[in-house]
Design a protein around this ligand. Structure first.
Ligand SMILES: CC(C)(COP(=O)(O)OP(=O)(O)OC[C@H]1O[C@@H](n2cnc3c(N)ncnc32)[C@H](O)[C@@H]1OP(=O)(O)O)[C@@H](O)C(=O)NCCC(=O)NCCS
Length: 214
C-alpha cells in the first residue's frame, strides 16, 4: 500500500470527503440512536458534511485531505477566523434529501435534537479570532496509521504560522488525543434537556489552543 500524502481539497473532492466524514462519524451514539439504519444514516450525514465542506471551500476555509491509491482516506476541515457559523443555506439545501431518507417526522426529530446541541455550541463559541477545527475524520480502514496526527500537525502549522489560536468541540473520550497537540479544555458544553425520545445528547468539550510560539 502506498503511503498516503496530504493535499488541499477542491470541489471535485466533495463527494469523497463527505463519504469519509459520514463513515468516520456515523458510529457516534447520537447518530446511531437518531437514524438506526446504517445506509440511511450515512446518506443523511454525507449530505450534511458535503454542505459543510462546500461551504468551507467557498468561505476561505482550509480543507485538507489524505489520499492513497484507493482514494481519499482522511480529511480535516478548518474554518477560517470569523467563518465558523454553520451556513443556514447549506442546511436548507440538505433538507429535501433528509426528508426523502427519514420522512417528515424523522427529519423534525433529527433537527430538534441536533438543533439543541448546535444552539449550545453556537452560544458558547469563543468570540476571539481563531481557526476552528470543524471536522477531522479518518476512514475506518486507515485508522491508527497516523493520518489524524498528520492532519492535525499540518493544520496547526498553518495556524501557528499566522499566530492564531485554534478551537474545536469534541466527544469527551477524545480529550487525551487533542491534548497531545496542545489543546486544553476551555469549557464543558452541557446540553439542557439532552434527551429527546430516548436519544441521549452527551456533553461535549470545547478545547482551545494558543499558538505554539506565543
Ligand atoms: C479521531 C480520529 C480522527 C483519529 O484518526 P487516526 O488517523 O486514527 O489517528 P492517528 O493514527 O494519528 O492517531 C491514533 C492514535 O491516537 C490514539 N487515540 C485514539 N483515540 C484516542 C483517545 N480517545 N484518547 C487518546 N488517544 C487516542 C491511538 O491510541 C493512537 O495512538 P498511537 O499514535 O500511540 O498509536 C479517528 O479516530 C476518527 O475519524 N474518529 C471518528 C471521527 C471523530 O470522532 N472525529 C473527531 C471529532 S470531529
Amino acid at each position: 500500500m502506498s503511503s498516503p500524502h496530504l493535499r488541499d481539497a477542491t470541489a471535485a473532492d466533495l463527494d469523497a470527503l463527505a463519504a469519509v466524514a459520514a463513515e468516520a462519524l456515523s458510529t457516534l451514539p447520537l447518530w446511531t440512536e437518531l437514524i438506526p439504519d446504517r445506509g440511511e444514516r450515512r446518506a443523511v450525514m454525507a449530505a450534511l458534511y458535503r454542505g459543510m465542506f462546500a461551504d468551507a471551500l467557498a468561505r476561505g476555509g482550509r480543507v485538507r485531505l489524505a489520499e492513497d491509491e484507493h482514494g481519499v482516506t482522511a480529511a480535516a476541515l478548518w474554518s477560517s477566523p470569523g467563518n465558523w457559523r454553520p451556513s443556514t443555506l447549506r442546511g436548507l439545501q440538505a433538507l429535501p434529501g433528509m426528508v426523502r431518507a427519514l420522512g417528515l417526522r424523522g427529519t423534525v426529530r433529527l433537527m430538534t435534537v441536533s438543533g439543541r446541541g448546535s444552539a449550545v455550541a453556537v452560544k458558547s463559541h469563543p468570540s476571539e479570532p481563531h481557526w476552528y477545527l470543524a471536522v477531522v475524520a479518518t476512514a475506518d480502514r486507515s485508522r491508527g496509521r497516523g493520518l489524524g496526527t498528520l492532519l492535525l500537525e499540518d493544520g496547526l502549522a498553518h495556524v501557528d504560522a499566522r499566530g492564531m489560536p485554534a478551537y474545536l468541540e469534541c466527544e469527551p473520550h477524545l480529550e487525551g488525543w487533542y491534548r497531545r497537540f496542545g489543546f486544553g479544555v476551555r469549557q464543558v458544553l452541557e446540553i439542557p434537556e439532552g434527551i429527546v425520545d430516548g436519544a441521549v445528547l452527551d456533553h461535549q468539550l470545547g478545547m482551545w489552543r494558543i499558538p505554539s510560539h506565543a
